[in-house]
Every structure is written in structure tokens, then in C-alpha cells.
Write a protein of this length. Structure first.
Length: 570
């Protein structure tokens, strides 16, 4: 887009919102208010529906009555045709908010003779506008009025008079017209007198149809000039403004689990950043879809919504296959947390697929989106087209803080740091699953090639898929390289045996040490016992000696007293 939406809305020209998702974004607010807009295209591209939705949205969302004047289909046919899209014209007509008028013009009865003017149309249209107080008008299809005329001067004059009359009435008008050969319209005149020209296209490339819309002209306003894919479904028009997404999206600091504890550990212990883009690439059968299912399962267990776009397997096939490895997604479907959208890429063009994904994401507002696999789009587009599509999808997911999880099938001859489509530069975290052939068997290994904004492991892990779930285990490296599978199991057995021998040797030495400790403790106890026995005997001897000495002192004292002599101390 050559301008920003802010630039489009800063001008003096007043806009009339159409209510068509995406179209008001690329036009900076809608159609020029109070002016005529030409909507042209081939048969079946959606011109009539565009006009009807413009009127219905005006009534429902803005309370603006409208007039639909048809020159080909009757009011009954129009009512039936758009009822399947959720538009109830009868109800709006009964409420006098909408007037539907059919002007029958039989081309075979038209003969160019004398003067020709649209005064009758002005009178009829003016009565319809006044009857409901219309602010919006649709004329479908205009060239029916001029189908039998060849006088270019009269045509140009009457067209100018019609467009001027509509401006004087102050209504916002949509006039539909068929595409012409070498010109936007059959007569090549309407686009020159219209203030805004919108071209609808229903293009078929390699047997795949894609609807596109382009704003060719918009007087007094900037607008998106590219072609934009659009959908027509049960909700009406849905335009995808593919170039309106910039690089000003927020960057969350929140981390979410990958669904595998050991993978979270490899990602710095906390998992992926919310709103980031994640790519899992690998050859067939390496477990890409299994990782996707584990990621979705973890999100739903957190109570978050998830959408799984499957372009290779059906919903039931995915549910069955994941259940066999211990991941049961059915409860999440029952709770409305998980939604599958499964389709073959060849059913639609690339732009239509992108528009459908945009629409589903806008409606469901999931926290997690899985696209599995992106490489299947090769059947409907070139590498550059697919890369461009995925770039817009990644930007859209980042803008809505939705975490995107993509899988990519690699061919066996690709080098490690390469994907079939070459989108790795768009991705924040890139996981590579690879088959490791050793000892007559193939085993899966996982590489964490990059993860922006966080410290992450550079170690290879063996990727195991079992009936009880997915696990990452350490690989063994040595002179013979990385060991996986039975070689890893044999190495583990050898290490367990060596560990057992070491444990036994440790226990033997510990036992010997314990025995020596007990022997020494017994000798110490014996020596302590002998010492205590000898000490007791010595104490007894000393006590007897003190007693005898005391008795001698007593005897001397008594003897001295008997002799009437002084008592001398000794």
C-alpha cells in the first residue's frame, strides 16, 4: 500500500463505511460519502452482493435507509439469493428501512430513435429514495439501460446527468457495471464520470479460482492500489487487506510451554515467547505433526483457544493418530477450545486460503495457530508466492499476538540449514527433526537451530515417540559419533554395568573400612576397659594408703599424750 491508513483518514473527504470487512481498511474508511461509486466486473464476481451488503450494513450498523434498484433480477429473486448469506431483505423492507425496486428492461424491444433521456428513471428513483429517506442507493446493472444505444455523445451526457443527479440528492451511490473488452466497463464511459471505481475479478489460474478486488480510482483520497483477495461465504464479503500489515506489532515477554518439559529446558527453561513464530522442519515421518499436537494440547490445557489448519490429514485421522501416542485432543474439541480446519491446498488458490485463515482467526480469536504443513501449498503456487503468503500470515499473527506453529516438509537431499520454501528468516524459533541412521536402524533427533531473544541449547536430543507420549533424551557422543536408538541403549547398558561394578567396588571398600573401624573401636574399648580396671585398683590402693597414714598419725598423737609430751606435726 502506498499510504498509511492515517493519511487516508486525515483528508477532508468524508467517507461512508461499507461495513465490508477489510474493504473499509484499504479505502481508509469506506466509499466517498454523497458521491457515486462504480463497481464493475465480469459475471459472477459479486457485484450485486457488494451493493446489497453495502445497503444492509448501512441499515443494520449505521441506521441509514437504502434503495436497491435492479434492472435484471426481480425483488423476489434477490431476496432468495441473499437469504443464504444471512441478509433478510423482506424484514428490512417491512420496517421501511430498505426499498427494493425492479425496473424491467427488455433489450430486444429497445430501438434507438430520436431523443433519449433518463427522466423516467430519475422520477422513479426519486420516489423510492423519498419513501424511505434513503442515504444509500445501489443501481444494478446500469448498462442494461443503454444496451440498445450506440450514440456515445448521448450516453456520456446521460451518464453525467445521472451521476450529477445522484450527487444533488446527497446519497452515496453504488452503480454496478459489466466489464468490457479493453475497458473497465462495456461502454468505457462510466469510469470517467465516477468518483470512485472498484473492480471485482474472479480469476482462474491452473483450474483454481480466486476472487480479487482493486480500487482503481478514488478522487480526493489515498487508497490501497493493490489487488486484494476476497471471500464470499455465509457472512457475505470478506476482503483481505494483504499489504496493510506493518512491522509495528508488539513483542510479548510472556513465555508459553512447548508441551515438552525437556524442550522448554532447551529454550531457557520457559518455552517460546507468546506471539512468536515457530517452524518445525524435517523429512517425512520425523514427528512434525506430533510436535504440533503436543503444542496444541499444552495450549488447550492452559485454557487457551487453538486453531489447527491441516492441509494433509483429516481431523479424524489426526485425532486417531495422536491418540496412539498418548495425546488425546478430543476433550479440547468437546470444550470448544480446539478447532480443526482441514482442506486440500488444491481446493483454493493461495490468496483464498490466506483470506480464509484470516477470517477464521478473526472470528475465533485463538491464542495458538498451527499450519501443517506449509509445503503442501507448492501444488498451487510458486516458492516466491508461498513465501509472500506466509510472510503476510506471520505478520498478521504477530499483530494479534497469536503464536504461530508451522511445519515444513524437507526433502532428504536438503542441507540442515535450509527449508523447501526458504522461510526460515521469517521465523523466531526453528526446530529441525532429522533421521539418524546407525547400526541398521533410523532414529529421530532434534536440533534447536535458533530461538530469537533467549538463550537456548545447542545440544542434539534424541526424539522419541512412544505410546505414552513424546520424550527428548540425551544422545551419546564418542569416537564413533552420535549414538541413538539401540546403539544408545547398548551404551546405556554398558554404562549401567560399569556403574554397577563401581558401586560394588565402593560397597566392598566401604565394608572393609567399616570392619577396620569396628576392629579399632573394639581395641579402643578393650584398652579403655583395662585402663578403667587399673585405675580402680590404683584408687583403692591410694585410699588404703591414705587411711593407713591417717591411722599412724592418730596412734602417734595418742602415744604423745600418754607421755605428756608435745605433739609434733610430721
Amino acid at each position: 500500500m502506498s499510504m498509511s491508513l492515517a493519511d487516508a483518514t486525515n483528508g477532508a473527504l468524508e467517507k461512508c463505511p461499507t461495513g465490508i470487512i477489510g474493504f473499509d481498511e484499504i479505502t481508509g474508511g469506506g466509499l466517498p460519502k454523497g458521491r457515486p461509486t462504480l463497481v464493475c466486473g465480469n459475471a459472477g464476481c459479486g457485484k450485486t452482493l457488494f451493493g446489497l451488503e453495502f445497503l444492509v450494513r448501512g441499515v443494520v450498523s449505521h441506521g441509514e435507509p437504502g434503495v436497491f434498484m435492479a434492472f435484471e433480477e426481480t425483488a423476489e429473486d434477490l431476496t432468495k439469493n441473499v437469504k443464504s448469506l444471512g441478509f433478510d431483505l423482506e424484514d428490512l423492507v417491512e420496517k421501511e428501512m430498505l426499498s427494493v425496486d425492479h425496473v424491467h428492461v427488455e433489450r430486444s424491444e429497445i430501438e434507438e430513435n430520436g431523443e433519449y433521456d433518463l427522466d423516467g428513471l430519475f422520477i422513479r428513483l426519486g420516489l423510492a429514495i423519498d419513501s424511505v429517506g434513503a442515504k444509500r442507493v445501489v443501481l444494478d446493472t446500469l448498462e442494461t439501460l443503454f444496451s440498445g444505444l450506440s450514440n456515445t455523445a448521448v450516453l456520456r451526457s446521460e451518464l453525467r446527468r445521472l451521476f450529477r443527479w445522484l450527487k444533488d440528492k446527497g446519497v452515496t451511490a453504488v452503480i454496478t457495471a459489466e466489464r468490457g473488452a479493453g475497458a473497465l466497463t462495456r461502454h468505457g464511459l462510466e469510469e470517467y464520470v465516477s468518483d470512485c471505481v472498484v473492480v471485482l475479478d474472479h480469476r482462474i489460474t491452473d483450474q483454481v479460482a480466486t476472487r480479487r478486488i482493486r480500487v482503481v480510482k478514488y478522487r480526493g483520497s489515498s487508497h490501497g492500489t493493490n489487488e486484494y483477495p476476497f471471500l464470499i461465504d455465509e457472512g457475505g464479503f470478506d476482503v483481505l487487506p494483504i499489504t496493510s500489515v506493518g512491522l509495528d506489532h508488539p513483542a510479548s515477554e510472556e513465555r508459553i510451554s512447548s508441551g515438552l518439559d525437556r524442550l522448554d529446558t532447551m529454550l531457557g527453561g520457559k518455552g517460546f515467547y507468546r506471539g512468536s513464530s515457530i517452524l518445525v522442519s524435517g523429512t517425512a515421518g520425523t514427528g512434525k505433526s506430533s510436535l504440533s499436537a503436543a503444542f496444541v494440547d499444552a495450549a488447550c490445557r492452559r485454557g487457551e483457544k487453538a486453531v489447527y489448519f491441516a492441509f494433509e490429514e483429516s481431523q479424524n485421522q489426526i485425532l486417531r493418530n495422536m491418540k496412539s501416542i498418548g495425546i488425546d485432543l478430543q476433550p479440547h474439541l468437546d470444550k470448544g477450545l480446539l478447532q480443526f480446519r482441514a482442506a486440500r491446498p488444491t481446493t483454493q488458490g493461495l490468496e483464498t486460503h490466506l483470506a480464509i485463515m484470516y477470517k477464521v482467526i478473526r472470528e475465533t480469536k485463538p491464542q495458538v495457530v498451527v499450519v501443517d504443513p506449509i509445503t503442501n501449498f507448492i501444488s498451487v503456487g510458486t516458492y516466491e508466492e508461498i513465501k509472500s503468503m506466509l510472510m503476510r500470515l506471520v505478520d498478521f499473527l504477530k499483530a494479534t499476538q497469536t503464536t504461530g506453529f508451522f511445519t515444513s516438509l524437507n526433502h532428504g537431499n536438503l542441507v540442515t540449514e535450509q527449508t523447501d520454501i526458504g522461510i526460515s528468516s521469517l521465523i523466531d524459533s526453528w526446530l529441525l527433526l532429522k533421521d539418524q541412521e546407525c547400526n541398521g536402524e533410523r532414529n529421530r533427533v532434534l536440533y534447536l537451530l535458533k530461538s530469537r531473544g533467549m538463550p537456548h541449547s545447542n545440544q542434539v536430543r534424541e526424539f522419541l515417540i512412544t505410546s505414552s507420549g513424546i520424550d527428548l533424551v540425551d544422545v551419546y557422543t564418542g569416537p564413533e559419533g552420535v549414538l541413538t536408538g539401540s546403539a544408545r541403549l547398548a551404551q546405556e547398558a554398558k554404562e549401567r554395568a560399569a556403574a554397577n561394578i563401581r558401586e560394588q567396588e565402593i560397597r566392598r571398600k566401604q565394608g572393609e573400612l567399616d570392619r577396620r573401624r569396628r576392629s579399632i573401636e573394639e581395641k579402643i574399648a578393650e584398652m579403655r576397659s583395662d585402663f578403667e580396671e587399673e585405675a580402680s585398683e590404683l584408687e583403692l590402693i591410694l585410699a588404703q594408703a591414705r587411711k593407713q597414714e591417717k591411722q599412724r598419725e592418730l596412734d602417734r598423737s595418742e602415744l604423745a599424750a600418754s607421755r605428756k609430751a608435745d605433739v609434733h606435726s610430721t
